[in-house]
Design a binder for this molecule. Sequence first.
Ligand code: TGC
Ligand code: FAD
Length: 392
Amino acid sequence: MSTDLFQSPDYYNIDELLSEEHILVRNATREWVKKDVSPIIEEYAQKAEFPKQLVKGLAEIGAFGPYIPEEYGGAGLDQISYGLMMQEIERGDSGVRSTCSVQSSLVMYPIYAYGSEEQRKKYLPKLASGEYLGSFGLTEPDFGSNPGGMVTNFKDKGDHYLLNGSKMWISNAPFCDVAVVWAKNEEGRIHGLIVERGMEGFTTPETHNKWSLRASATGELVFDNVKVPKENLLPNKSGLGAPLGCLDSARYGIAWGALGAAMDCYDTALRYSKERVQFDRPIAGFQLQQKKLAEMITEITKAQLLVWRLGKLKNEKRATSAQISMAKRNNVDMALKIAREARQMLGGMGITGEYPIMRHMMNLESVVTYEGTHDIHLLITGMDITGENAFK
Ligand code: TGC
Ligand code: FAD
């Protein structure tokens, strides 16, 4: 891959809305991505392998649990710093950001928010330091958009629970040390359980042949009469609202992350269009190419303002699930459209690994599907504004 020359677009001087700490966190993450992610990511995406050597650096920059309190090993940052970190990491690659989203919002957050003090002390520092990597098991082969129908279940056996079932499409599954797994008890109530690698009957086969998120490992979580100690049940929240509450936090991070991918595609296309000469002039001088670039920077600017405002609301604990859902849908859709247009602007070069655009485009096809599909998020907004449930 050629040198990372990324320059962040800031058409509306949005940096002026950020604090000194936000800018410090953002710039430190950006520098780390340029130094450690950009030089290797194309190779790892091509060979469909998660670059495990990044784990230490991700932990050091605070990307595992950015908003988890420092007493549990987190970085203790606010929601805008968390968002800016996700933006910069996904500017590098959506798969690397995925690992951070899962670790922070889908594993550390439920242990922090729904776990006992013993569980927090036992798992959070190890997850923050990268000693443990986690995964989050909600989706099943027959229950994706409708997780409430899950069939994975556990039975009370006196001194332990017996867990059976399987989860599919699970990020980080093939190498996770711990998994936060959502399953029904004998009354059909959903609970979270912490399952550890090494428990008998627990396996994590890898899903191969993905054309998307190739630098992130995906797999299954299979439970065949797994004995889970009773102290591994998350005691402080149950019901479908518990896993959905984790998704709020991850979807918020994705809204920022997709913006990073869009910024990288725009920046690459802008630079290329100034350098590429056809018909004796840079293609940046042609009206059709300018239309694409003008529309891209407009959409990026709108998306920047959307997540900044959402971050303010989230800091004040006033952001609703429906507001987060809108930002996830809008920004991922925006990024995917920009990636497709930017790729065309590079002509044949756009399909090669010399430039990051095609990789971003393929990655975003997963991002638009996971954490609630684009259409599911449309229905969430529809229900919020009309009061009518169109899911069922
Ligand atoms: P519904 O009856 O609407 O709700 C059940 C209960 O949950 C509450 N609730 C929420 N709570 C917190 N946050 C949210 N976002 C919430 N949305 C709903 C709700 O108030 C209710 O509470 P209670 O107390 O009344 O019981 O549920 P439903 O069965 O009709 O489903 C609603 C629907 C479709 C919106 C929901 O299930 C959904 O969001 N489906 C999409 C599934 C999804 O997003 N899966 C993601 C899997 S994880 C993943 O993809 C990780 S990708 C890896 C990476 O990030 O890199
Ligand atoms: P389905 O639910 O079968 O949907 C198929 C189509 O039907 C979609 O277009 C959908 O929008 C549409 N549809 C469904 N219901 C309705 C409706 N009521 N009205 C209108 N249209 C509807 N899950 C985890 O639990 N943990 C993870 O770590 C994780 N990581 C993932 C990583 C990757 C790379 C991918 C691709 C997925 C991951 N997922 C994970 C799963 C992801 O959340 C699901 O794929 C997603 O929620 C959609 O579920 P599904 O694939 O079963 O699609």
